[in-house]
Ligand binder design. Structure first.
Ligand SMILES: [Zn+2]
Length: 237
């Protein structure tokens, strides 16, 4: 089992690679056995493809056979890209009239628009699911804020908001979906057969509904309207 943890750093992806910052990443004790005695030790690195030369530091708990990795704030979880590239893609989707128009713009070399949509959709939905959760989890910061990157940028007054959200959302990262969090991907709740609902693509960000599991196991249900698709967080195995 691999568990991702946050490597708090303000380095850009290029700075991270050129400085080989994974060598400075540190995890002093096993997160599962803080008193020690589990054979916890550094376990080399693994590579990411983009940008070339990226390595991620990892550790291993021999007792529970768990590998831990420290993912810096400049990289999204579960996606090969940088956090800035991820944000650019999601903003293009927010500014486009629809998911297909956005996909054609983001992936112009892909002739099959359905293929481009399949590439784009999990990125946009993962970010928007996390933003939707954060509106409720951090009401003093995001109360009344639409769950979009553009709105969150304005609320925080920053040029690139996704790396900043790693820090703001740190207590919830294990539950938030990728690319911001380290939790499971959001799962679409399909309509029941015969319910007369039509699945024709993703909802606009402001209409998407999610359930956000809070620390302690409480679930804050998202509001639903008839005919809208809904999301929930998939239970981890
Ligand atoms: Zn351990």
């Amino acid at each position: 089992m691999l568990v991702q943890l946050r490597f708090a750093t303000r380095l850009t992806s290029v700075q991270y690679v050129t400085s080989e910052a994974w060598k400075k990443a540190s995890l002093s004790r096993c997160p599962m056995h803080p008193k020690g005695g589990c054979g916890f030790s550094r376990h080399g690195t693994y590579k990411r493809e983009d940008p070339h030369g990226t390595r991620i530091a990892r550790w291993y708990c021999r007792k529970d056979h768990v590998t831990f990795s420290l993912l810096p704030d400049c990289f999204p979880s579960r996606f090969e890209a940088t956090m800035v590239e991820m944000e650019q893609v999601v903003v293009m989707a927010e500014e486009a009239p629809g998911i297909e128009a956005a996909a054609g713009k983001v992936r112009p070399r892909v002739e099959d628009v359905r293929s481009a949509v399949r590439w784009l959709r999990p990125r946009v939905h993962g970010v928007h699911a996390a933003l939707h959760c954060l509106v409720g989890l951090l009401p003093t910061v995001f109360a009344g804020c639409a769950p979009t990157v553009l709105a969150f940028r304005e609320a925080l007054g920053v040029a690139w908001v996704l790396p900043v959200l790693r820090e703001k959302a740190e207590p919830y990262l294990s539950e938030l979906p990728p690319p911001i969090g380290f939790g499971p991907r959001p799962m679409r709740r399909l309509p029941k057969p015969g319910a007369g609902q039509h699945y024709s693509g993703p909802d606009p960000p402001t209409r998407a509904r999610y359930s956000c599991r809070q620390p302690g196991g409480m679930v804050r249900p998202g509001r639903r309207k008839t005919g809208e698709s809904t999301w929930k967080t998939r239970k981890r195995n």
